[in-house]
Design a protein around this ligand. Structure first.
Ligand SMILES: *Cc1c(COP(=O)(O)O)cnc(C)c1O
Length: 382
């Protein structure tokens, strides 16, 4: 068997661009230098294009969850009622986080694999006054994409309610224009669609959300965005800057903007389409009824343990994907489409899946040679 180069095709962290790997190994520079000031200014400006916003974007040295916290603690106060859409692991996390800060949380429980129902959200909003609605754009545990544009249109009709969106596996991977869709708080993460190592999150607030900075009473110090806003306005970060990752981010943003957002989104969509084609050849089904183009969750055939498929793919093929979490553990595998992925790696993944599933006694009508031929032709055509 051919020895494959290692490939990280999880829904975050993801494969790094070769140039990013080089930047990460450059000598450290100090953050209070003209050289870094220039990089920071450029990066902050370019980030606005990715968020598709006129408002300032903030760079945080924290993982994505820290960014989720920033959205809550800068706009809300203990005792505020919030409506949390819980459609998987990350919805559960945000709900718990909100409770930790003294928010009164009503949950809309959405079965794993399903997207939010706008009418149900509307009914809740008409019954009670909520300070915020919390939702994932893409719920990574089930690969579900939620109807954010529609939620934005709905929530816009409630002048006191904020739409706070965890876009960690969506922003930079698929269309999520902050201003046009009336999103009030949006967070992205470095190790997902931004193709960087773990360790940074990115947040932005609408004008409406910024209006709550002064009245929000949740205690905060490190995550008080007012300090960062002031520092950014004078060309600095408030705390020590994450120089290394910001340098790499600056490069990634250049690549993204050179390519254009629509082309970038199209590349993720193509990898998603490829995966769906592969599934159709093997008669495998999507777990998500509203699939996100940033990752695909494949249902395992009866009797097949997804955890074993995942670990054998890693052991035998040097490719890392993810299994399911909690109630989906063993039942699904999840393949990420974000990051630096070449066609060669898509074919390796396809071959690996065929082999590993066969090893676990899956029987396919299509033989491996025909299957790989069809996939190669698909890649050439699409
Ligand atoms: C990965 C992820 C997170 C958490 O990010 P961390 O960087 O691990 O804190 C939150 N929400 C979603 C939807 C994610 O995919």
């Amino acid at each position: 068997m051919e020895k494959y180069d290692y490939s990280l095709m999880a829904p975050g962290p993801v494969n790094l661009h070769p140039e990013v790997r080089k930047i990460l190994s450059e000598p450290m520079i100090h953050h209070r230098t003209p050289e870094f000031d220039h990089i920071l200014a450029q990066t902050l400006k370019k980030m606005k294009s990715v968020f598709q916003t006129e408002e300032p974007v903030y760079l945080l040295t924290s993982t994505g969850s820290g960014g989720m916290e920033v959205l809550l603690v800068n706009t809300l106060s203990p005792g505020d009622q919030v409506l949390c859409l819980v459609s998987g692991k990350f919805g559960e996390r945000w709900s718990q986080m909100a409770k930790t800060f003294g928010l009164i949380v009503d949950e809309i429980q959405i079965p794993w694999g399903q997207a939010a129902n706008i009418d149900e959200v509307k009914t809740h909003l008409q019954k009670k006054s909520y300070a915020a609605v919390l939702t994932q754009a893409c719920e990574t545990s089930s690969a579900v994409l939620h109807p954010i544009q529609k939620l934005g249109e709905l929530i816009q009709q409630f002048p006191k309610t904020l739409l706070l969106v965890d876009g960690i596996t969506a922003l930079g991977a698929l269309p999520l224009p902050m201003d046009a869709w009336h999103i009030d708080g949006l967070v992205g993460g470095s190790q997902k669609a931004f193709m960087l190592p773990t360790g940074m999150s990115f947040v932005c607030f609408s004008k409406k959300a910024q209006g709550y900075f002064e009245t929000s009473k949740i205690p905060k110090f490190y995550f008080d965005i007012r300090k960062e806003k002031k520092a950014n306005e004078s060309g600095e970060t408030f705390f020590s800057s994450n120089v290394t990752l910001i340098k790499a981010l600056n490069f990634v943003l250049d690549e993204i903007l050179k390519k254009g957002l629509s082309q970038l989104f199209q590349e993720n969509q193509r990898r998603s389409d490829f995966t769906f084609y592969l599934m159709s050849l093997l008669h495998l089904n999507s777990f998500s009824h509203s699939p996100s183009s940033s990752l695909t969750a494949i249902e395992m055939p009866a009797g097949i343990d997804g955890q074993k498929i995942r670990s054998d793919l890693e052991k035998d093929f040097n490719i890392t994907i993810m299994g399911g979490q909690d109630q989906a553990k063993g039942k699904i595998i999840r393949i990420g489409h974000m990051g630096y992925i070449q066609d060669k790696e898509l074919l390796q993944l396809a071959e690996g899946l065929y082999e590993v599933l066969t090893k676990h006694r899956c029987v396919f009508k299509i033989d491996k040679k025909t299957y790989l031929e069809k996939l190669k032709i698909w890649l050439e055509k699409n």
